[in-house]
Unconditional design. Structure first.
Lengths: 145, 663
């Protein structure tokens, strides 16, 4: 159902928000906010322009490309997923792949190791009361498994 | 004159820091307790001098002593007193001095607190902290001197950036710095443990509270910053993935990962290398964060080349990382684990997965923040990496992390069985899905909102379960009434139950993020005087526009009544300020929080006819973000609260079995 809703939302004509949401505001007063988020007059003009062009039948890509041609690549809120810029998109997922693989292989290796006092340090002598409860705990843990 | 005193105070402090560092290392090498002691005493002198230098700068700022270049850049005669004081951390040189001030106070505390306890570690702890102080002192003396004089002395200063003139800006940077700088102490202990080879759990015990203290202030600082952005920047949001914000988030992620994985070392003597790495990474990221935000490198590689402090930072970071790696490799064998992991599905392994998620988010943030610099250096062309990149890249891992927040505490230590999992997961799962069903019925379809909501509810139910199980066990076995049982439950294991409160806070925070991000209403309107407009279930009536000025700024203030149906539910007075020194207009947002949403109004401006132009937002459940944050801070305080009774309390057998039962 969740997936269905996503597809339902994803379809249809591009809206002004979708296009302007890919552009970064260059008013200088904001920390590189997306045009749809910035409340400045520059952002308002871009939004109006995008809406006008969409109404005139231009596609999302045409509008974006014309902005890139006019203002340079920095007008894009996120780097395009091509060329050198692709590395920015890939690094986090690569890191996850590497981290995950290292962890899983570490866990597999750990399971094969002989047991090295997995119980932690032995209880000190003279701690009989503790030993009693330790046994009780072991028993209960067994039951709970 | 005063400026000279300040400058020479810094030089004297640098000499003391250098002496302290050398004396501690040499004393420890030569086994001469007297030399070490003199090195530690030098730290006391150091803190005295740094406090004196800070006092001089603060005095100059408050009294508008424009002989100081720094004072003339960041204050003016009309700037209100609290902001004149806050200008201390408003500019580069001042903020560096503030870093040093906090660091030297921490150093003194760490030395006094541990002098008698960790004799073997302490000389190196002191040396490491004094070394860090020395770095900041050198930078202050040679590259970012807050005591630099200006001639001719200006009659009026340039004042503080209007955006920083907000009360949250008075408290937010100090909280953040208390957090950032706090990471220096765990790092110093880690280095001391590596250098001395005393790698048992002593150093871990010594830094546990320090790390948590730093973590707590980072958390509070980050949340204060986001609240400042929300009420001051006037774009309806609270987090823009700005480099300055990211710089504070990265050490937070690394230290949170550490706070989890350190438990495995304490319980099982494992992950010793990993924990060392996390402490080193957390400290390096706080230094890197300061570098990132203060060197100008983010705005452009070229502005970095012009900024004098960047190279100092690079050298210091190089030395610090090289030393850390060298000692880590040297002690690698001695850091072997004392136990092994028994199962894929155990609390230990779930903590490790959580560490992977924390670090991957950290890498994603680091990658996005530094990519514009990298791209400019490699390809020669600049790119913008802003919210759409971070949202897309971080969201999948954030979902995983929130789910793990719910799952981790449900999995037994050592080895969890299927029955154990079924029993613990069933109820939170069902309640979470019911919540999702209710949202769907209400017309909320965005999948991210649904997933975060499910995860959040799941976490909240598990936290409730843990509390109720523990309380009931105590009630049955120690025969206490419910409030007593709850109090003792938390008091006897504050770390665990405080930790659950932090988890509950995080869950609430994420529910707030997920709902406010996708279901915001927004409207731009221009209305004549006495005109009305509607947004969501509210109607706003524009009643009045006033203009007035004080010596510092010109103010436009609009007054609007809010109606919900026929009922008058409040008045909003958004303002637009034009500061005389900068001519830069800023908005003063008017906010009316309701239990479920915030009505957020910005005055864009009046026009000649008296009509007002406004931007209005309805942000659903956005308040949950900061409420969740407050709960996190409370949880942190519970864990941090010093042991008042436990040292003297003798735990009874029934106490202990109640605890065991609760597990």
């Amino acid at each position: 159902m969740v997936l269905f809703c996503c597809f339902a939302l994803a379809g249809g004509k591009p809206r002004m928000e979708d296009v302007a949401g890919r552009l970064s505001c260059f008013c200088g007063g904001c920390p590189h906010l997306v045009v749809t988020e910035c409340g400045c007059s520059v952002a308002d003009k871009i939004k109006a322009d995008v809406a006008k062009r969409l109404a005139a039948g231009e596609t999302e890509d045409q509008i974006i490309q014309s902005y890139v041609a006019q203002y340079g690549q920095t007008v894009l809120a996120a780097p395009p997923k091509s060329g050198f810029n692709l590395t920015a998109w890939l690094i986090p997922f690569l890191a996850f792949g590497i981290g995950g693989t290292v962890l899983v292989s570490y866990l597999i290796k750990q399971r094969k190791l002989p047991e090295i006092s997995a119980e932690g340090p032995e209880p000190s002598k003279g701690d009989e009361k503790d030993a009693h409860y330790r046994k009780l705990l072991e028993k209960e843990l067994q039951q709970r498994r | 004159m005063l400026a000279d005193v300040g400058h020479y105070t810094l030089i004297a402090a640098a000499i003391l820091a250098f002496y302290s560092m050398c004396a501690c290392i040499l004393g420890a090498r030569m086994r001469r307790a007297d030399i070490v002691e003199s090195g530690e005493r030098a730290v006391v002198g150091l803190i005295f001098l740094v406090v004196l230098a800070s006092g001089i700068l603060l005095h100059a700022l408050i009294t508008n002593n424009f002989q100081f270049e720094y004072v003339s850049h960041y204050t003016s005669t009309t700037l209100p007193l609290p902001y004149r004081a806050a200008a201390f951390w408003g500019g580069q040189a001042g903020s560096m001095l503030f870093w040093l001030l906090v660091l030297s106070i921490y150093t003194a505390f760490a030395v006094v607190q541990n002098q008698a306890r960790h004799r073997k570690l302490m000389p190196y702890v002191t040396a490491s902290l004094a070394g860090t102080c020395l770095f900041f002192l050198i930078m202050l003396i040679f590259a970012a001197d807050p005591f630099k004089k200006i001639f001719p002395v200006p009659v009026e200063g340039q004042s503080l950036n209007p955006l920083l003139q907000n009360y949250w800006m008075v408290s937010h940077p100090p909280s953040l710095y208390l957090g950032y700088v706090g990471m220096s102490v765990p790092f110093a202990f880690a280095m001391a443990a590596l250098i001395t080879g005393k790698l048992d759990s002593d150093w871990i015990k010594a830094i546990r509270k320090w790390t948590l203290f730093a973590w707590l202030f980072l958390t509070v600082g980050i949340l204060q910053g986001s609240y400042w952005a929300y009420i001051e920047l006037g774009w309806g949001g609270y987090w823009a993935w700005d480099p300055v914000e990211n710089a504070s988030l990265m050490p937070w992620l690394a230290s949170t990962a550490f706070l989890h994985s350190v438990m495995i070392q304490e319980k099982k003597g494992m992950l010793k290398v990993w924990n060392m790495v996390l402490v080193i990474v957390a400290f390096s990221l706080s230094i890197f964060g300061t570098f990132l935000t203060r060197s100008g490198v983010v705005s452009s590689v070229h502005s970095f080349a012009q900024s004098p402090i960047g190279n100092y930072f690079l050298v210091f970071m190089g030395i610090q990382v090289a030393l850390s790696v060298f000692f880590l490799l040297k002690r690698k064998k001695e850091l072997a684990p004392e136990a092994r992991l028994e199962s894929f599905v155990s609390r230990e392994s779930s903590f490790l997965f959580n560490n992977v998620f924390f670090l991957v988010i950290c890498i994603a943030v680091l990658c996005g923040t530094t990519f514009p610099i990298l791209s400019e250096a490699v390809t020669g062309s600049k790119v913008t990496v802003s919210a759409p990149f971070f949202n897309k890249v971080v969201a999948p891992f954030a979902i995983g992390l929130v789910l793990l927040t719910g799952i981790c505490p449900l999995i037994a230590w050592r080895k969890a069985s299927l029955i154990n999992l079924q029993k613990n997961f069933l109820v939170p799962g069902i309640i979470g899905l019911t919540g999702v069903g209710i949202l769907l019925a209400m017309g909320v379809y965005h999948w991210l909102t649904l997933i975060f909501f499910f995860s959040g509810v799941f976490v909240l139910v598990t936290v409730y379960n843990e509390y109720s199980k523990g309380t009931k066990a105590r009630m049955a076995m120690v025969h206490e009434n419910a409030p007593e049982a709850l109090y003792h439950l938390v008091q006897r294991n504050r770390r665990r139950y405080g930790g659950y409160i932090i988890h509950a806070g995080i869950a609430i925070l994420f529910i707030g993020i997920a709902t406010s991000s996708f279901y915001r209403l927004e409207k731009d309107v221009t209305v004549p005087l006495n005109g009305t407009f509607a947004i969501g279930s509210y109607t706003l009536k524009y009643k009045d526009m006033q203009f007035f000025q004080d010596p510092h700024k010109e103010v436009w203030r609009a007054t609007l009544d809010i109606f919900k149906g026929e009922n008058h539910v409040g008045t909003l007075t958004p303002e637009r300020h034009i500061y005389k020194n900068s001519e830069q207009p800023t908005t003063e947002v008017a906010l009316r929080p309701f239990w479920n949403e915030d009505l957020y109004l910005i005055l864009i401006g009046p026009d000649e006819s008296g009509a007002g132009t406004f931007k209005v937002y309805v942000n659903p459940f956005i308040g949950l973000i900061w409420r969740g944050g407050i709960i996190m801070a409370l949880g942190g305080l519970i864990v941090l609260f010093p042991d008042l009774k436990t040292k003297f309390a003798v735990s009874t057998a029934s106490d202990r079995s109640a605890e065991e039962f609760a597990r």
